[in-house]
Ligand binder design. Structure first.
Ligand SMILES: Cc1cc2nc3c(=O)[nH]c(=O)nc-3n(C[C@H](O)[C@H](O)[C@H](O)COP(=O)(O)OP(=O)(O)OC[C@H]3O[C@@H](n4cnc5c(N)ncnc54)[C@H](O)[C@@H]3O)c2cc1C
Length: 478
């Protein structure tokens, strides 16, 4: 109970016995599988960082719910200060692991449910907020990690859930019992599901009144019977399994598909069941929170890319090259614009009827749209500054080979005073940051496709006040 250490977190994940598959085989021990472990280590860093004395003021705070210190990754925001801390913690974490740490998504679910369960209860007199509050206490007291289980597989994208030929294309209730519900369906791209204690499911889209069976929110432990995790491919997965040419200390992102094969959820773990008009509120709240989390995180990843570009310039003898300095300035500009937009979204946040705080949606979505384009540009600039070995550096096994290792090291040497081993290590990191598919593709699709951000920006912007301003200036009275 209480704040966990990194080691306690890893052992608590080891104690779970999820049903998981990878490369066609059952994964009996995900924690010690190098591919999954690299993801678990990234999440473990959120525990490690919280326990460092210099980070405690930022990472640890007192929960008004349990009146005990908690890691911020279990704290739905109750003030502007909490909203701001979300961004700062994410930047610091990405700066530390250089990739996705995978724990923000669970917090984004908790922050959403803290607001929306209250709103549903107010309208219907249901008990979802009570259920959620008990769940939140459990998450906080045990310092747990949640997976945001949102993206349904969705079938034919032009059809609503109830219109699909196969009715299981969106997660739905197939049975209601006295003690709970049985759910069936599948969710795709589940970041860090095997690094998580709890799977927190929310709807992925707005629902019409015929979609009541699909308007669902609930949480189950990640090793619940019938929950099947299928780990997908990513660009560097064989390197992790091989234990060679990994590219940074030991962190990476993986995103399984989760199948709910008739999973029982007790009523006290159900947070919405059939209240279709609240599905869109869930989606807007979650996606805004998550898009903002992304921005805080990715500004921290650009920090790592800037550091790599500058170090490679030192190593290559181009530290004083003016066009490269300009490119680093362009990278800094991108990181700070992203960070600034996310911070602004927090500072413009507002108190909700539940007492929790919500960010400014337009600014959060603007930050994600910016990220989708500008992370690719920051990556391009890093590659430009570093050179072609980002693409095709020989394997560490070639460097270790007695026949060719010496020759390779001779020809990869650049600035005389820099050990060639350091230059090789830094190239390996740049390769990882540029090519880790799960992380770089999430810049675009994580938290929703770019069009979803654009639609939200237009829908949530007060366009009438802008027209009014223009008409007044033009002297038009209507
Ligand atoms: C690396 C990574 C990590 C992720 N992590 C998580 C996670 O932890 N949890 C989670 O729940 N989800 C996660 N996601 C899922 C992410 O939110 C989705 O990928 C995203 O919402 C897009 O959905 P999709 O992949 O089904 O693509 P699609 O919805 O098929 O979109 C493909 C394109 O078609 C367009 N499109 C689709 N339907 C329509 C329509 N009806 N009208 C107009 N245009 C349409 C989209 O705008 C997009 O341009 C992750 C995704 C990635 C890539």
């Amino acid at each position: 109970m209480g704040i966990k250490t990194k080691e306690e977190y890893i052992e608590s994940i080891r104690a779970l016995k999820p049903t998981a598959y990878m490369f066609g085989e059952r994964l009996t021990n995900p924690v010690d599988n190098p591919r999954i472990r690299a993801g678990i280590e990234a999440t473990a860093a959120t525990y490690e960082m919280a326990n460092k004395p210099e980070n405690k003021d930022l990472f640890i705070t007192t929960s008004p719910l349990i009146n005990e210190p908690v890691n911020r990754f279990t704290l739905p925001p109750s003030s502007i200060e909490d909203l701001v801390a979300r961004v700062k913690v994410n930047r610091k974490m990405a700066n530390y692991v250089g990739t996705c740490h995978q724990r923000c998504t669970g917090l984004d679910c908790l922050s959403t449910l803290a607001i929306v369960t209250y709103d549903i209860d107010k309208k219907y007199g249901t008990k979802y907020n009570e259920n959620f509050t008990e769940f939140l206490k459990y998450m906080q007291k045990n310092d747990l990690t949640g997976n945001a289980c949102v993206t349904d597989v969705k079938g034919n994208r032009s059809l609503n859930p109830h219109e699909q030929v196969d009715k299981d294309m969106f997660v739905r209730v197939v049975e209601k019992r006295d003690d709970g519900i049985v759910v069936r369906g599948a969710k795709a791209h589940q970041t860090g599901s095997l690094s998580s204690h709890e799977i927190i499911a929310l709807p992925t889209r707005a629902m019409g009144k015929n979609d009541a069976d699909y308007a669902l929110a609930f949480a189950v432990p990640s090793d619940t019977k019938g929950v099947i995790h299928v780990v997908g491919r990513s660009s560097l997965d064989m390197r992790e399994l091989d234990g060679c040419d990994i590219g940074n200390v030991y962190y990476s992102k993986y995103c399984p598909t989760i199948i709910f094969d008739d999973v029982f959820v007790p009523w006290n773990r159900v947070f919405m069941c059939g209240e279709t008009e609240f599905a869109s509120e869930m989606v807007v709240r979650f996606s805004s929170f998550h898009r903002q989390s992304h921005g805080g995180c990715k500004s921290g990843k650009i920090d790592c890319m800037i550091g790599a570009a500058l170090t490679m310039m030192d190593y290559n003898g181009t530290a004083k090259t003016s066009h490269l300095k300009q490119k680093v300035i362009d990278m800094i500009h991108r990181a700070e614009t992203l960070y600034g937009c996310c911070l602004a979204s927090s500072y413009e946040g507002k108190k909700e009827p539940s007492g929790h705080y919500f960010i400014d949606t337009v600014l959060a979505n603007a930050s994600k749209l910016h990220e989708g384009k500008e992370m690719a540009e920051a990556t391009r600039l890093m590659i430009d500054a570093c050179g072609g070995f980002v693409a095709d550096l020989p394997s560490d096994r070639d460097f270790a080979n007695p026949e060719i290792g010496g020759l390779l090291k001779k020809y990869l040497k650049a600035v005389d005073t820099v050990p060639v081993e350091n230059r090789i290590k830094m190239y390996r990191l740049t390769e990882k940051m540029a090519m880790e598919s799960a992380d770089t593709i999430s810049d675009i699709h994580g938290g929703g496709s770019p069009e979803a951000h654009r639609v939200t920006i237009f829908r949530e912007t007060d366009t009438e006040s802008k027209k009014k301003a223009a008409k007044r200036l033009a002297g038009i009275e209507e």
